[in-house]
Design a protein around this ligand. Structure first.
Ligand code: NAD
Ligand code: MG
Length: 397
């Protein structure tokens, strides 16, 4: 029996995770669940999965959750705040942690799971982007097992079977990896006239052609910052330098990424675009379990297309490559500025094309530091948020 904590249980990834877990009650038990504010949904999940603990974002939310659970006769213990999240991520009773909180808020609990040597199912890419070296060091020091949930990184992992589950050092010539080919759908605005992009609404940006996801990552997919963050994520997970990572637009989202080897072989992982596949893969690794995903019918898909990304249409992708090459805290600045800009776009404060301008402004004007400690990273994160807010206030006045 594997005992699991799901951080971000009420989100898109959290719900898909519980769907897979529910299909295999003899293999998995839920130790703890977390949600930020959606208390009713979390209460229903507690009723169904009977976790020992549940964590929410505020004292008021904790009171509401406790009342709902009492009324339903559920004995789950309720807590709130960052320390409680770190506790359920590192508790001795826990084997695996699904890290599916969105954004920088997920960093502390994900790092706590890494330091405690857990099996980490990593969906929260922002944590790795902000503090890649520190996070990977924590994983190596504690002997934690890191399994990528992001569909591209899960596909890359599956396309490197020779490493037996140890995240490979692509830099090692013996690995024979020529390139990581990170596929991207191109999002909802792949072919839209660039001149009209400033007029798009959050609803249009969140309407992804192939995937159903949370709002922040949906906007990131529309700007292709999501792919930029994934380039940085691939760098840390697989030890790949920026030059060894290539983004390929593949609008059908059937090939989830590829690895090109020096002998000319290209290995890929294919499947219908449904996150339950990478979730089931990581939950059961190295075994395989059913996920509920329909089998892929290639005759139905019929055509697979590929094209090079257009960096003028998607400036966020170029900004992310530049931040990776700059190193240090540049990716943390990029990530924080992006979180603020995306929220401002969702709140109708700025237009779609202003998102990349906010990020460029922050990365260009703030000094880049050394990402040698979490305190240093968090200080840069805070400085970037303040600079992004100030810039937005200036341009929207
Ligand atoms: P979502 O918005 O649907 O869910 C986010 C979850 O995080 C919710 O449970 C919410 O309660 C919690 N949360 C939000 N703010 C919080 C805070 N300040 N403190 C604590 N908890 C908080 O997001 P999602 O689409 O499920 O994405 C989750 C993570 O997985 C993101 O990092 C995203 O990049 C990554 N990811 C998602 C997908 C996908 O298909 N949805 C694919 C790949 C990677
Ligand atoms: Mg992805």
């Amino acid at each position: 029996m594997q005992r699991i904590t799901v951080l971000g249980a009420t989100g898109s990834i959290g719900v898909s995770t519980l769907d897979v877990i529910a299909r295999h009650p003899q293999r998995y038990a839920v130790h703890a669940l977390s949600a930020h504010s959606r208390v009713e949904e979390l209460a229903a999940q507690c009723e169904r999965f009977r976790p020992a603990r549940a964590v929410v974002g505020s004292a008021a939310a904790a009171d509401r959750l406790a009342a709902l659970l009492r009324a339903a006769g559920v004995k789950t213990e309720v807590a709130w705040g960052e320390q409680a999240l770190c506790d359920i991520a590192s508790a001795a009773e826990v084997d695996s942690v699904m890290a599916a909180i969105v954004g920088a808020a997920g960093l502390a609990p994900t790092l706590a799971a890494a330091r405690a040597g857990k099996k980490i199912l990593l969906a929260n890419k922002e944590a790795l982007v902000m503090s890649g070296q520190l996070f990977m060091d924590a994983v190596h020091e504690s002997g934690a097992v890191l399994l990528p949930i992001d569909s591209e990184h899960n596909a890359i992992f599956q396309s490197m079977p020779q490493f037996g589950g140890n995240l490979p050092a692509v830099r090692d010539p013996a690995a024979g990896v020529a390139k990581i080919l990170l596929t991207a759908s191109g999002g909802p605005f792949l072919t839209r006239d660039v001149a009209t992009l400033d007029a798009v609404t959050p609803e249009q940006a969140c309407k992804h052609p192939n995937w159903s996801m949370g709002r922040k990552i949906s906007v990131d997919s529309a700007t292709m910052m999501n792919k930029g963050l994934e380039v940085i994520e691939a760098h840390w997970l697989f030890g790949a330098p920026a030059d060894q990572i290539e983004v390929v637009i593949h609008p059908q989202s059937v090939i989830h990424s590829m690895v090109s080897y020096v002998d000319g072989s290209v290995l890929a992982q294919l499947g219908n675009p449904d996150m339950r596949t990478p979730i089931a893969h990581a939950l059961a690794y190295p075994e395989r379990i059913a996920s509920g995903v329909a089998p892929l019918d290639l005759t139905q898909v019929a055509t697979l297309q590929f094209q090079k990304p257009d960096f003028d249409r998607f400036p966020c992708l170029a900004l992310a490559f530049a931040a990776l090459r700059a190193g240090g805290t540049a990716p943390a600045l990029l990530n924080a500025a992006n979180e603020v800009a995306v929220q401002a776009f969702l709140d109708l404060k700025i237009g779609f094309r202003q998102i990349d301008r906010v990020i460029a402004h922050v990365v260009d004007t703030l000094p880049h530091g050394d990402a040698h400690s979490i305190d240093a990273v968090m200080a840069q994160d805070a400085a970037a948020r303040a600079a992004a807010e100030a810039y937005i206030a200036r341009v929207t006045k």
